[in-house]
Design a protein around this ligand. Structure first.
Ligand code: ARG
Length: 460
């Protein structure tokens, strides 16, 4: 095993088991680009401030760019025995440049590095997640536009409740996802401060220029406190929280699709490319994608709990426990990306079985509220109208008919306020069309909220 970078203080090589236990390169290696980006900014600042010579600074930057190109091209492989990505890049630089390479780490620490790398890495990744979620939102809006007149039952307690349209239902998810987008953007806003220059915890005696490194790396400003700089992982928790909520929304949507695919509902049919079969039951077509998304939501919630629990007892400033942040946040990130990437095309290719939706809406007395409202509009107090309608529903159940097919005489037997026009008032189309309160399911209202959502999407 090669000498560790910190070997001076020690009289023995580190135990192989401990080295493997301690090493994080297997999972922090993915931040190599951002590690090099941070080092280039640091080397630039050292040169500008005269802490190292301009020539050394330029040589270091050249060396770092070469290392970057070599890792990108596969010419240079990450050494699994290295302690972490920061040590690996620095050791490689020194291998290539000799003493000049050894000057890079002047006035900074790995605590600095890991804090800056993770922020840079996550900032890029969040942009990718945002693009994926935006595509999902646009896909849902597109489907919603085609279904402003597609009547389906709306549910509470999973019992048919009142009539809505598929567009109305889908748009509910659009608003959830738009809030998810805002949460991601918000996380970036608070995350985008530069820890670099915090040193190990207590800054440095060199006359550094933290504003310069912050500007070079595109941060809003340097973090004002060096202890906080190296020990803050709020942004990981916040991001994971945003991921958890995003997954919660995907999971609820998935659960509905799972129900809708069942023979009991049969509201939709998944494209063959997005469903799977059974090894034994030839008739099966399973919604595995949605089930996996529902399952992975638990996993992402687990990552959030990992982060919160890992941080809760840590004294300031850096502690090695914090190395555990990366596997948790990367796991959440990878799974969120995977889920959104798979969910969008699955949704885009899903077939809507309009007639089944409408038939389901026609059963289950979901126009009962409208029947009561009919009486209210003729002057009866709502509570009385509610009671009469309840009695009528019970009669229908007994006779095996619906409110639409119950004879007028039965209505009239309850109150003279009922007339022939009751049938129009309780027809599904009327029930939906007349629900035009703001945010309601009437096609007119849903078209309005689609326009509102599109405005919001354009401003993202
Ligand atoms: N691999 C470490 C991490 O992920 C980097 C920082 C290590 N700092 C230290 N003093 N051991 O957190």
């Amino acid at each position: 095993m090669a000498d560790m970078m910190w070997a001076g203080r020690f009289s023995k090589q580190v135990d192989a088991g401990v080295n493997a236990f301690n090493s994080s390169i297997a999972f922090d290696g993915r931040m190599y680009r951002h590690d090099i980006q941070g080092s280039i900014a640091h080397a630039t600042m050292l040169g500008e401030c005269g802490i190292i010579t301009k020539e050394d600074s330029l040589e270091i930057i050249g060396g770092l760019n070469e290392i970057l190109a070599d890792i990108d091209s596969g010419k240079l492989e990450l050494d699994p025995n290295a302690e972490d990505i920061h040590m690996f890049v620095e050791a490689e630089l020194t291998k290539r440049l000799g003493d000049v390479g050894k000057r890079l780490h002047t006035s900074r620490s790995r605590n600095d590095q890991v804090a800056v790398d993770l922020r840079l890495y996550l900032r890029d990744e969040i942009a990718e997640v945002e693009a994926l979620v935006k595509e999902l939102i646009e896909t849902i809006v597109k489907i919603a536009k085609e279904h402003t007149e597609t009547i389906m039952p709306g549910y509470t307690h999973l019992q048919r409740a009142q009539p809505i349209t598929l567009a109305h239902h889908l748009m509910a998810y659009v608003w959830m996802l738009l809030r998810d987008m805002e949460r991601l953007q918000d996380t970036v806003k608070r995350m985008n401060y530069c820890p670099l220059g915090s040193g190990a915890l207590a800054g440095t005696t060199y006359k550094t220029n933290r504003q310069l490194t912050s500007d070079l790396l595109g941060f809003t400003a340097p973090m004002p406190n060096s202890l906080d700089g190296v020990s803050d992982r709020d942004y990981c928790v916040e991001l994971c929280c945003a991921f958890s909520l995003l997954m919660t929304h995907l999971s609820r949507f998935s659960e509905e699709i799972i129900l809708w695919c069942s023979w009991e509902f049969k509201f939709v049919e998944l494209d063959d490319a997005f469903a799977t079969g059974s090894s034994i039951m030839p008739q099966k077509k399973n919604p595995d994608v949605t089930e996996l998304i529902r399952g992975k939501t638990g996993r992402v919630n687990g990552d959030l709990v990992t982060l919160l629990t890992m941080m809760k007892g840590l004294p300031l400033a850096y502690n090695k426990d914090m190395q555990e942040d990366k596997e948790a946040i990367f796991d959440a990130l990878d799974n969120v990306k995977l889920c959104v990437k798979t969910f969008t095309p699955m949704l885009a290719t899903m077939r809507v079985l309009k007639d089944n939706m409408r038939n389901a809406a026609a059963r289950g007395f979901i126009n009962a509220t409208d029947c009561a409202d009919y009486l209210v509009k003729k002057g009866m107090p709502f509570r009385d109208a509610y009671k009469i309608t309840g009695t009528l529903v019970a009669q229908c159940i007994e006779k095996g008919v619906t409110l639409e097919t119950l004879p007028l005489d039965d209505y009239k037997a309850m109150t003279d306020l009922f007339d022939e026009d009751v049938y129009n008032a309780i027809s599904l189309d009327t029930c939906v069309r007349e629900r035009k309160s703001e945010g309601g399911p009437s096609p007119e209202e849903v078209v309005k909220q689609i326009a509102l959502a599109e405005e919001k999407i354009a401003s993202l």
